[in-house]
Design a protein around this ligand. Sequence first.
Ligand SMILES: Cc1cc2nc3c(=O)[nH]c(=O)nc-3n(C[C@H](O)[C@H](O)[C@H](O)COP(=O)(O)OP(=O)(O)OC[C@H]3O[C@@H](n4cnc5c(N)ncnc54)[C@H](O)[C@@H]3O)c2cc1C
Length: 289
Amino acid sequence: MKPAPFRYHSPGTLDEALALLAEHGAGAKVLAGGQSLGPMMNMRLAQPDALVDINAIAGLDYVREHEKTIEIGALTRHHAIATSPLVRAACPLLAEAARQIGHYAIRQRGTIGGSLAHADPAAQFPLACATLGAEITAAGAGRTRTIAASEFFLSLMSTALEPEEIIVSVTLPKAPTSEGQAYVQFSRRRGDFAIVALAATVRPDAGGHIDQVRLGVGGATDRPMVLAELADCTRGEKADSGWAARLAKAAYDAVAPIDTPRVPAEFRRELVHVLTRRVLVTALERARR
Ligand SMILES: Cc1cc2nc3c(=O)[nH]c(=O)nc-3n(C[C@H](O)[C@H](O)[C@H](O)COP(=O)(O)OP(=O)(O)OC[C@H]3O[C@@H](n4cnc5c(N)ncnc54)[C@H](O)[C@@H]3O)c2cc1C
């Protein structure tokens, strides 16, 4: 299928892109990697009047290190994130999640900004960013604002972004050396979207007890869920397989997944149970290493 007619703009600066978005309002769409927008336009699920292609704007494709954080430009491709030595060292969960996005060709074009703006509840980056406590920076006409990932995803493919805003970067905390991180997912075939995915960070203390845990679930509901209270309740417990099994059962009880014709809710709940245990054990093993 072919998309409906649209006007194409390729601004050379962020200011020009923002001015175009302000001019066209909700009728315009930002084009980044085109790996979600392209298929949606071809299927006529999206029919923008104008496309504002941000690929010619310099300075949106980078991974930078700060004292306690790393900052990733919105146009950074999935492949660059998956293979960046800096991301792999400072934020291993994000790199591990990036490696599992779709297929090689998609990872070569797709961008982190596009993935976050698209907000597919089964996508890897929204889950990883929500779990890690990332901050998303968006530029609008005359202002820039930072939105916590926990407040960014509102529901299925819906975010706190205004139509005239462009995501410019994402900032994530660097993992301390005592922390283990892991991302696991279940999909029917390699390269398919996850049916359910789990992300976790685990920080045991010197005595082998849980100091801090972050646990996120993707694919089960209309947006990534961070089970902060459940995880916090286990602080002080002995960090072992029994702890992982108890937290996995608590996650199974807490998550009420969506029911779809091809994937019943109970199947998703079972996946939450199995994958939570798996992601916690893996993160714990990595923390011990
Ligand atoms: C066959 C196939 C399999 C896939 N499998 C997976 C998968 O397993 N996991 C996964 O996560 N994704 C998957 N994807 C989607 C892929 O990761 C996309 O790259 C991603 O969802 C969107 O990024 P993009 O840069 O291509 O954005 P685009 O397609 O260009 O844009 C997507 C949306 O985001 C908006 N947007 C883009 N950039 C910005 C920005 N900087 N600021 C504001 N709005 C912006 C656009 O206007 C549009 O609404 C798959 C895609 C295909 C075609």
